[in-house]
Design a binder for this molecule. Structure first.
Ligand SMILES: [Zn+2]
Length: 386
């Protein structure tokens, strides 16, 4: 048991020794970590963009469907009005038919009364009575009158029956038209139902896309945090190397700084300010932004030192960090081009690159940071814009 423990201890010691001896392996690992996270971030952001596009597409589809639905609602409203008009017309026609039938019934009733009276007179011998006491002329007149009444009634009834028939035909036509309208209404309603169902589905697609985008945003934000930490670790390592190389001889003091962008002093974002980068809210601005109104002038090293970083990152774009000694570093971001490389010694006032618009940037500007032992501080503690 003791021997096993001894072997384990020896192995552990060897492993520790290994780690200490191969410091450069750690440096590579840190750089590799930064590169790996940078690549991961790029892919995750691309996925996020795709998800956001899905959401935008679904929203566009919904808008189109809603437009169609609104047109359909208008059509339905107009159709309902037409149907109401048709119903009114059918109702009016029905009333006319009822009125006509009443007229026919009245006429028929009058006729029946007249004929009935005459028939009664005839049957009861009233006519004979009449004949006996009246002239033959009067008898003939009575017969003629009876015939005229009968003919007149026949004509009247025929005419009214024809009128009623025409009204009936008109009513049938109106009803057919109304039925046609009802069929159209049913079709429109079916379409409206279908649209409503489509809108419902699109809403659920939007909700899903939104949730997916939100989840991906979380993934991106976590990787971004990890990336920022890895980058800081790497920079700290390179800075340490520079510090070691300088030995204890560094006599840098912050009053040696010169303004890195002569002729440009318009500050577009102050240190610590919250930025809105096209809807992406980023609090705690780590440096100051110096606007150049589209120009890309050369950037000067604010003091002599060692270039600890000269690379591209998705947020900083092309950026350079210089370690000056006594824990002081300066950082220059969003460059259009870099004129120095990592490990290079630069002297104060030397051109290290040009202003640009690379990385997470909207317009040409110099993002300038001062870090003390790796922590960003307000550059205006040491600088005046010149
Ligand atoms: Zn900035």
């Amino acid at each position: 048991m003791k021997r096993v423990r001894k072997i384990l201890c020896a192995a552990l010691a060897a492993a520790l020794l290994c780690c200490c001896l191969t410091g450069t392996v750690y440096a590579e690992t840190a750089k590799e970590k930064v590169d790996r996270l940078e690549a991961a971030l790029k892919q995750e952001k691309a996925e996020l963009a795709a998800l956001e596009k899905n959401k935008a597409n679904a929203e566009a589809t919904k808008k189109k469907l809603e437009n169609q639905a609104s047109i359909l609602t208008e059509q339905l409203a107009a159709l309902l009005e037409t149907i109401t008009d048709a119903e009114t017309a059918v109702g009016e026609k029905e009333q006319e038919i009822t009125d006509k039938q009443a007229e026919i019934d009245d006429q028929w009733g009058d006729f029946k009364d007249q004929v009935g009276a005459m028939q009664m007179m005839h049957d009861t011998g009233a006519v004979a009575m009449l004949a006996s006491c009246q002239s033959l002329y009067e008898l003939l007149t009575f017969n003629n009158t009876m015939q005229t009444v009968s003919e007149y009634n026949d004509q009247m009834l025929d005419s009214m029956k024809t009128q009623k028939q025409i009204l009936g035909e008109e009513k049938a036509e109106l009803e057919a038209a109304k039925e046609e309208l009802e069929a159209q209404k049913a079709q429109l309603e079916a379409k409206a139902d279908e649209l409503a169902e489509n809108i419902k589905q699109t809403n659920s697609t939007i909700t899903q896309a939104e949730a997916a985008a939100k989840a991906q945003e979380q993934v991106v934000s976590l990787t971004q945090e990890e990336y920022d930490r890895a980058e800081q670790e790497w920079e700290a390592y390179v800075r340490q190397q520079a510090q070691n190389a300088q030995g204890g001889s560094s006599a840098f003091t912050s009053d040696q700084f010169i303004w890195p962008l002569p002729g440009y002093s318009r500050i577009t974002t102050q240190f610590g300010e919250t930025q809105n980068l096209n809807g992406y809210i980023k609090p705690g601005h780590k440096g100051i932004d110096v606007g150049t109104s589209g120009a890309t002038p050369p950037i000067l090293a604010a003091a002599s030192g060692t270039v600890t970083v000269a690379r591209y990152s998705s947020s900083y774009g092309n950026y350079v960090m210089i370690y000056h000694g006594n824990g002081f570093s300066t950082l220059y971001a969003h460059m259009s081009s870099m004129a120095v490389s990592q490990g290079q010694e630069v002297t104060i006032g030397q051109t290290i690159g040009n202003v640009g618009n690379t990385g997470l940037s909207f317009g040409c500007h110099l993002h300038f940071e001062v870090r003390v032992n790796g922590t960003p501080v307000n550059p205006f503690n040491y600088f005046t814009a010149a």
